[in-house]
Design a binder for this molecule. Structure first.
Ligand code: NZQ
Ligand code: ZN
Length: 390
């Protein structure tokens, strides 16, 4: 049975080729000072930076340059961004990049005018934004597909000193006001990042699918999203400039984590907690930290949610259950997922991400335990999963 919920998603999306021009409709809604957030330089190489600057200037905007956002943005960078926003009196933060830039922009938007220390308030204490805190509006131009950050309130920040990578999903006040999704902007992504994004999308869906025993519309929607992703990813991995495949994947990623399919469900997120702990210790690419721990995790929880794993095998991976036990069918589903992961070329173990045996205890220590999935893991089980992920 569906749980009780309130649903709203205030992000306006502009999707498709040439949608960058929609900045002409959006920019006049905001004041003169625009904080232009971007990463390590990919947008300068592929020409997107020049196009955005031209549109900002044409709309009479003063640009506050805020480049150098690293993958897995840090608390130090967040504090720098807040200073820039205050000094430049930012009226809009425009993130041009992947999930890291979008997350960072949202974190700056709620932290720049926050009286308390943002890391402590939002990430260690998990507090919400105070009602009287000024939130700077955020807009996104997406260049890397995977996180869904373009249409949600999530903002993940890494603290290397305390070896913690923590995500906080904020309420609708923090969602981007608008996001521009042009699939052709993702063509310049290296294959490694593209594949990491594919696994991130699949796992976002799995994190919301593997919970509950009820009959729930969201589970059917998610099966459709997963089938579309699997189909299009097989095309895109061979032909990265295939617009049909890349645009379907971009759309799937947004729906996978724009809060819609989570409605009325409890959700798991334990693969993300394990992956984030690996990320906190290695700074590895987000999607690859997930792929590296997933199979040992799912094999561990499968007996506790067997019916759903059987359904996953049948409805997503087309496994024929005839003549098989439920367990055999479920295992065959996971094997099909494993084969797809290898086809995509994602990282299959944490050793390849830089984790060594002597780090395992500390990685386990950095893993937050969630309670929404089929099994609440013990510390010992976390360590066992990490060992099996080596
Ligand atoms: O920094 P630049 O030079 O732009 O290069 C980036 C970066 O090195 C590159 N890139 C992006 N677009 C490109 C491109 N290179 C060439 N052409 C393009 N068009 O790709 C690299 C990775 O970018 P990044 O933004 O870090 O990747 P992603 O989108 O996967 O974001 C990862 C961050 O998002 C968080 C992760 O934890 C991580 O910190 N997440 C946010 C979520 C949310 N808001 O809901 C949920 C996710 O589960 C995730 O945790
Ligand atoms: Zn993710």
């Amino acid at each position: 049975m569906l749980g009780t919920f309130t649903y709203a998603n205030p992000t306006k999306l502009h999707f498709g080729k040439d949608s960058l021009k929609k900045l002409n409709e959006e920019l006049p809604k905001y004041g003169e000072h625009v904080q232009l957030v971007y990463g390590g330089g990919s947008i300068k190489k592929n020409g997107i930076y020049d196009q955005v600057v031209e549109l900002l200037k044409a709309n009479g905007k003063e640009i506050i340059e805020d480049g150098g956002v690293m993958p897995n943005p840090t608390v130090e960078k967040l504090n720098e961004g807040c200073k820039l926003a205050r000094e430049g009196k930012a009226d809009l933060i425009l993130a041009v990049g992947g999930g890291s830039c979008c997350d960072y922009a949202k974190a700056v938007s709620i932290s720049a005018h926050c009286e308390e220390e943002p890391w402590e308030k939002y990430y260690l204490k998990f507090q919400d934004v105070d009602p009287d805190t000024k939130i700077i509006p955020v807009g996104c131009v997406l260049t890397m597909v995977g996180t869904g950050s373009e249409m949600n309130g999530g903002a993940v920040i890494t603290n290397h000193e305390s070896k913690l990578k923590i995500g906080h999903v904020f309420d609708e006040r923090v969602f981007p006001k608008f996001s521009i999704l042009d699939p052709t902007f993702t063509y310049s992504l290296p294959k490694y990042q593209m594949a990491a994004g594919f696994y991130d999308i699949l796992n976002h869906i799995c994190e919301q699918y593997f919970s509950g025993e009820d009959d729930n519309t969201s589970d059917y929607v998610m099966e459709g999203l997963m089938k579309s992703l699997i189909h299009s990813s097989r095309i895109a991995i061979k032909d990265p400039q295939n617009y049909e495949a890349r645009s379907n994947i971009m759309w799937t990623a947004t729906w996978a984590l724009n809060t819609f399919v989570a409605m009325g469900k409890s959700t798991d997120w334990m693969v993300h907690m394990l992956g984030q702990a690996v990320g906190a210790h290695t700074d590895a690419t987000h999607g690859m930290t997930l792929s590296a721990v997933s199979l040992p995790y799912y094999r561990c929880i499968m007996p506790y949610g067997l019916a759903k794993f059987k359904r996953f095998a049948k409805n997503v991976w087309n496994v024929d259950p005839a003549g098989k036990t439920d367990e055999e069918t479920a295992k065959e589903g996971l094997r099909a997922m494993e084969a797809w992961m290898k086809e995509m070329g994602v990282v299959m173990n944490i050793k390849d991400l830089g984790v060594t045996e002597d780090m395992l205890e500390a990685v386990a220590e950095s893993t937050l335990i969630m309670e929404g999935g089929y099994k609440v893991l013990s510390k010992e089980e976390i360590l066992k999963i990490l060992k099996e992920s080596m």
